[in-house]
Design a protein around this ligand. Sequence first.
Ligand SMILES: Cc1ncc(COP(=O)(O)O)c(C=O)c1O
Length: 397
Amino acid sequence: MIPRRSDLSGHWSLDENTVFLNHGSFGATPIAVMEEQQRLRERLESDPVLFVERISRDLWWESILAISEFINAEPDGMTFVTNATAGVNTVLRSLVLNEGDEILVPNHAYQACWNAIDYVTSRSGAKTVVVDIPFRVESEDEVVNLILDAVTENTVLALIDTVTSPTGLRMPFEKLVRDLQHRGVDVLLDAAHGPGIVPIDVSDLRPAYITGNCHKWICTPKGSAFLHIREDRKKFIKPLNISHGFSSDGSTQEKFRFEFDWPGTQDPTPWLCIPFALEYLGGLVEGGWPEIMEKNRNLAIRGREILCEALETTPPTPESMISSLAAVEFPWDGEVTAPGMDGDPIHNLLYDEFGIQVPVMAWTHHGTKYIRISAQLYNHEDEYIYLGESLKKILDR
Ligand SMILES: Cc1ncc(COP(=O)(O)O)c(C=O)c1O
């Protein structure tokens, strides 16, 4: 029998027959936020010109202010992109790299972003330097030291995740940003899994660049992400789409707004839902966002314990490295190869036979398969217990 979800699950329209333990991949948007998007779309279509020329400009700015306030960033450096992949590409493809320059990437990084690094380094004679970090670590310092040890006089940039994708690790990103930038290495903070699961203070940390998704943990409609560029780096970065703003006159700031905010015709409603989503989700629990983060983290930690018990293993990392995601090694004797289009067989089995939506990821860089759980307000401990029981049945076969 499918286990229950939490009492808050009625705010989402998730399939009742699925145990949804993968908020991390694409988020899940509450019904009220989808309704807000529909209202905005109806306004847009009642006069698209008026909406684009006037109405959306004010709403856009409100969204810029809302996400800036949420992560304490300077609104003048904030712009929107469709997803974190685009944010990472925007920065990387703008940089002028010289032969021999090095870009650091830990081997837990999201493969798409790692690929973007390989693309820009290979076309310029620069070098991708991969920092090997094991999955099982004793402390955050172990991670920090491995990354700092890889810095050389040629290192120009490091891609640091707030929370890693395949391994669900909350990185000690605050320390990494400070220490790397102190050594003259710019940090591109990949906060695809950031806002809504870890507190972020951009004005305090001052990363050269940070991009993050709203469509994951802030639960906005898909296609809603941001890119913040520090003031002194703005002149080096252009949007992926060169559009009208390129030939416009005006101050640097006016040009920044025009160039980044008008990449061509697009549906702005995913971004325009940010203020509503922040307020709506924050209002679901008494303690607002800090409580959401704490609740989800506690549930992820509990879920990881259940998973470890089922898989007869121990927690691989300290709890300080857990946010709303947690991964554990999946016992696998076979070869660990890059995932094909058909999806991982264990993932498929869990879904097809047990109705569980949970990622099982073959991470070739570690030669390991990971099973990764997410915890969002709609989840309940019983769902992880059901996952554990289902895994035992699979392993007993
Ligand atoms: C660390 C990291 N970076 C980037 C991304 C890409 O996000 P998107 O598909 O929204 O571009 C993900 C997605 O899960 C991620 O986990």
